[in-house]
Every structure is written in structure tokens, then in C-alpha cells.
Design a protein around this ligand. Structure first.
Ligand code: IMP
Ligand code: MG
Length: 187
């Protein structure tokens, strides 16, 4: 596919249409599996979006899920404006949500080193939920430092910096509907 309309540093990796198709599949899979886990009188599944990167994926995934859901957000940050993870993960959940006996699906943009999700999961599990699963739009398995695996993954990507569909480089490119490799000027 030609990219003449894109800014020159970006190379398309996953087109928008492909993402939408995959989100539809994930929505079906998640709806089917959680409808088995949730009992008739249980409160709805909580979709817990990880800000900021997960905002676009959460918006699309929520519309592809056919069982009742509640929507909450957490804010995690590890990267600052650098492209390599600092290793420090700051966790902000505000206001605190009671998760006791609830089913929670964490909706994340990408699993890279795994540090953010592992810290978030540790926290969520301490709150006594009935079930916690992870849905990540992208998985970068070669970058993993902490052993963690998402239950639902949109696409596996190479160990390269990607932007678009919620993912940023110094806060830019989040609004792109597809996923792009951010190339060095000489590439
Ligand atoms: P972690 O290294 O798995 O903890 O990833 C932390 C966060 O870094 C992810 O949720 C993303 O928001 C961000 N991140 C990781 N890889 C990329 C990338 O290739 N592009 C943009 N953001 C990324
Ligand atoms: Mg993120």
C-alpha cells in the first residue's frame, strides 16, 4: 500500500481496516468467554482502559463487545518522552474502584517490557477481583523483561518503536487510525 499522504518518518505496519477487523474478532471472543464466566446476577464486566495509549482501542473494543460492560480508566506511565522504558512505573487509579468479586478486562495499547502490566496486575489482584484478564492491541514479545502474557492480543509486532491508534512518540501521532513504524531519518 502507498503511503504518500503520510508524514515521511512513518511507515505503515497495520492498516486501519485490518485493525477494525481484528477488533471485531476480539470483541466476539471476549463476549463469548466472559458470558460463560459471569453468572446471571453478577455485575457487568469492567473494561479498564490504560491511559493514555489504550483510549482508542478501548473505544473500538467496547463497541465490539456485546455483553454489558462498565468503563473505567487507570493512568500508568513509564516512558516519559523517551523511547526506551525508564523502568519506573507510576500507577494512578482515581477514583479508586471497588473490584472485589468483579470481572475485569485490562485494555492496553501494547505489551513491551511488561513492567507496566505486571505492576498493574499485582495491584488489581490485591483488590480481590473474581477474574482479571488482559487484552492488548499489540504485543512486542522480543522486548519482554518481565514474564507476562496478555490473554487476548490483536497483533504481534517486531521490536521496533510504533505509533498510531493511541500510541505516541512524545505525545504525537496518537490520532492515526493505523499503526506505523517510526523510522530514523536515514531509513
Ligand atoms: P511496558 O514496557 O510493557 O511497561 O510498556 C509500557 C508502555 O510503554 C506501553 O503501555 C506503551 O504506552 C508504551 N510503549 C511501549 N512500546 C511502545 C511503542 O513502540 N510505541 C509507543 N509506545 C510504546
Ligand atoms: Mg500504555
Amino acid at each position: 500500500m502507498k503511503n504518500e499522504g503520510n508524514p515521511p518518518r512513518l511507515k505503515e505496519l497495520i492498516p486501519a481496516g485490518e485493525i477494525q477487523r481484528r477488533v471485531g474478532e476480539l470483541g466476539d471472543e471476549i463476549s463469548g468467554e466472559f458470558s460463560q464466566i459471569l453468572m446471571e446476577n453478577d455485575p457487568p464486566l469492567i473494561l479498564l482502559g490504560v491511559l493514555k495509549g489504550g483510549f482508542m482501542f478501548l473505544a473500538d473494543l467496547a463497541r465490539a463487545i456485546t455483553i454489558p460492560v462498565e468503563i473505567e480508566f487507570v493512568s500508568l506511565s513509564s516512558y516519559g518522552n523517551e523511547q526506551t522504558s525508564s523502568g519506573e512505573v507510576e500507577l494512578r487509579i482515581s477514583p479508586p474502584i471497588p473490584l472485589k468479586n468483579r470481572c475485569v478486562l485490562v485494555v492496553e495499547d501494547i505489551v513491551d517490557t511488561g513492567r507496566s502490566l505486571s505492576k498493574l496486575l499485582q495491584h488489581l489482584r490485591s483488590l480481590g477481583p473474581k477474574e482479571v484478564r488482559i487484552c492488548a492491541m499489540l504485543d512486542k514479545p522480543e522486548a519482554r523483561v518481565v514474564e507476562i502474557q496478555a490473554d487476548y492480543v490483536g497483533f504481534t509486532v517486531p521490536h521496533r518503536f510504533v505509533v498510531g491508534y493511541g500510541l505516541d512518540a512524545a505525545q504525537r501521532f496518537r490520532q492515526l487510525p493505523g499503526i506505523f513504524l517510526l523510522q530514523e531519518p536515514r531509513e
